[in-house]
Design a protein around this ligand. Structure first.
Ligand code: AMP
Length: 652
């Protein structure tokens, strides 16, 4: 297929902002497109060259593009820049230049969808010193062969900003619309009839074949004027609902008409569901489109997960507490520590390991330590496993908050050094594929058994998530408390019989974590800081109120969440300046403060404590903000603290 046809489709897509119109335009195109061209055409429509999970990049920035355009059209870079400034878009600049030059290049070979895709792929393969020169050559070749509107989209595709607004949802719906029956129900039909008058005109205009619900005979007699023949068939709504395959080629119906919106929506959901599900395994709508065209429902259902191609992860729902969790996932169930880190999906094939985040970004390069541990500790030729990577303090061994290790995900250089300074342990909790066999449909307890069998734990590097299986509330409560006391977020409750459902937020994996409301407290004391914090009051004594006596009751110290640099938020300096005005007593490094400032404080838990006059202490208190609008009389009182303490016990 000539690229020109695709570029015209892009132009149409660019012109409309309406999602339904975009879907229609793309669906019409997919129907016309040869099976061989579908993959490159769809991926290019998505403004991509590779599927979203691939880490390959074209690596051509705007400045190199300016050079390439100049080379292709034999003009100076400054002229391209001028045009760029005028149009605000290098694609439009290229289109304009291409139009001017049209006469001179009548005899170049036309671009095809495949040749453009291959050319762009070639750009991504180039690395090293001479790559710039080669990239210029490839782009220049593409541009000299591109006509007008083609030049615009080639340039935009290369710089990664196609601007035609085709999101995943549009591609999914277009695939469904192109290759599967379209479903309408009475209300939609009525609207169409109002616009077009005759039902025959609407339905048989393009000699479409139709399946009509018998029920419509009563409610919409105009529809049933259609005679039953090769192209028109009547069937009861219940039987229509039983049809599982709406691939046009197999079921033969272009259009299905039903009476109720409920049935119509159920059928539409069934059709888009098949496309969506296929994408959860393939993670690549271009591939899904190709298979939908070639093999329909059967092909889509056969799309399997593959080692090396990340799969959308299964997500969890929330439970209010242990009891609630038992109700949803059944008894007995598995409880696992809910670690506070980030999810990694690891694909192992021989000695190759690839790591993906929850959003399926390839982070293999950033975590050589994790790959190393997997190579050493996982005894399987190939597998896909998942776990939560948690950073820990090398000295104390305690887990550190996610924010402190997130820099490892972003780091591009000195990776080994950072891995040494900020080590992580991978807590494995699921397995999706083992030695070439997809096991997502196996029940959780079996998957977990496989995982335990192939994992040779390496302490502080690679372990299987701590778990218990129980039907007993007290046992689960104990486990929950233990998990929290170790600094974990809470527990995950898992249905023992449930499969792994890629991409879904399922009711058979639940998270249980304490959600405690913040407290508004006042500062009654502070310590002068040391080292980096010298010169600032840096640790603040917090207090709530006794509503009967008006006394302030202490309940812990706050030092987390306040910034060292002003630009980053409320700083120690700011708070110090304010507190200094209210110092009432000095004692070595410690000062007493007249209660004036109100701070909102978050925390993990309220604990009993004999250290503080309230009888309670906040576990891991964290500064949220200064509450200027509140006076000290309005801070939270001890009764509220007790109430939260009690509710938390109840939750545990
Ligand atoms: P949330 O991000 O709050 O929706 O909680 C779900 C996330 O908890 C998962 O995506 C994992 O990243 C993480 N997690 C931590 N421990 C586990 C575990 N044992 N099983 C499953 N997910 C876990």
């Amino acid at each position: 297929m000539e690229y020109n046809i695709l570029a015209e489709v892009f132009a149409k897509l660019e012109k409309t902002a309406e999602r339904l119109k975009k879907t229609g335009i793309l669906a019409d195109f997919l129907l016309e497109c040869d099976t061989d061209d579908i993959y490159p055409a769809v991926i290019l429509s998505q403004g991509r060259v590779f599927p979203s999970w691939s880490q390959k990049e074209i690596g051509v920035a705007s400045l190199l593009m300016v050079k390439a355009i100049a080379k292709a059209y034999g003009i100076k870079g400054t002229e391209v820049e001028k045009l760029w400034q005028k149009t605000g878009d290098l694609g439009l600049a290229a289109e304009e230049l291409s139009k001017k030059r049209r006469q001179a290049t009548l005899f170049t070979k036309p671009l095809t969808v495949k040749s453009v895709h291959e050319g762009l792929k070639g750009l991504a393969e180039l690395e090293g010193n001479k790559s710039q020169k080669k990239k210029l050559e490839i782009i220049s070749y593409l541009l000299t062969s591109a006509k007008d509107v083609e030049a615009k989209y080639v340039v935009r595709a290369i710089i990664g900003n196609l601007r035609i607004g085709v999101a995943d949802g549009v591609v999914r719906d277009a695939i469904a619309k192109a290759f599967f029956s379209e479903v309408f129900w009475k209300d939609i039909l009525k609207q169409k009839i109002n616009q077009k008058k005759r039902i025959e005109d609407i339905l048989l205009l393009e000699k479409k074949s139709i399946l009509i619900a018998e029920e419509l005979k009563k409610t919409m007699p105009e529809v049933c004027g259609l005679e039953e023949n090769n192209d028109v068939k009547y069937l009861g709504e219940k039987d229509i609902l039983k049809i599982n395959d709406f691939w046009k080629k197999e079921c033969k119906y272009d259009i299905v008409l039903v009476g109720s919106a409920e049935t119509g929506n159920a059928l539409r959901a069934k059709i888009t569901g098949i496309v969506e599900k296929a994408n959860e395994a393939a993670n690549d709508f271009a591939l899904v489109a190709k298979i939908a065209k070639k093999e329909g429902t059967i092909g889509l259902k056969k799309i399997d997960i593959a080692v090396g191609r990340p799969i959308k992860v299964m997500l969890a729902q929330k439970a209010k507490g242990i009891e609630d969790a038992f109700e949803t996932v059944g008894k007995p169930c598995a409880f696992e520590y809910k670690y506070d880190g980030f999810r990694l999906q690891a694909h192992k094939k021989g000695s190759q390991v690839q790591l993906y985040t929850r959003r399926l970004e390839d982070v293999t390069k950033q975590f050589p330590d994790v790959s190393g541990a997997i190579k050493k500790g996982i005894k399987a030729e190939s597998c896909i496993i998942e776990g939560e990577a948690v950073g820990y303090d090398k000295k104390t061994g305690r887990s550190i908050p996610f924010q402190n290790i997130s820099r490892r995900i972003k780091r591009k250089y000195n990776i080994e050094e950072l891995a040494e300074a900020v080590p992580v342990v991978l807590n494995l909790f699921d397995i999706l594929s083992l030695d070439g066999i997809t096991i997502i449909k196996e029940p959780f307890h079996k998957r977990r058994a496989h995982l335990e069998k192939i994992t040779h734990e390496i302490p502080k590097k690679l372990v299987v998530a701590e778990a218990i299986v129980t039907d007993n509330i007290e046992t689960a409560d104990e486990f929950y408390k233990k998990s929290l006391s170790l600094g974990n977020e809470g527990l995950m409750a898992k249905n023992l019989k449930a499969p792994y459902k890629p991409g879904s937020r399922v009711g058979h994996m639940l998270k249980i974590k304490p959600v405690l409301e913040t407290l508004d407290l006042t500062i009654v004391a502070a310590d002068w800081g040391e080292g980096k914090r010298a010169g600032w009051l840096s640790s603040y004594g917090l207090a709530c109120r006794d509503p009967d006596t008006g006394e302030f009751l202490t309940m812990g110290k706050l030092g987390t969440g306040i910034k060292e640099k002003k630009e980053e938020g409320t700083s120690f300096e700011e708070i110090t300046d304010e507190l200094k005005k209210h110092i009432i007593k000095k004692e070595a490094k410690r000062v007493e403060i007249a209660p004036t400032i109100v701070v909102e404080v978050a925390y993990e838990e309220i604990q009993k404590s004999s250290t503080y006059t309230s009888g309670f202490a906040l576990r891991f208190p964290r500064f949220v903000r200064i509450r200027d609008e509140k006076s000290v009389d309005e801070i939270d009182d001890i009764n509220k603290v007790i109430a939260i303490f009690d509710s938390q016990r109840h939750n545990l």
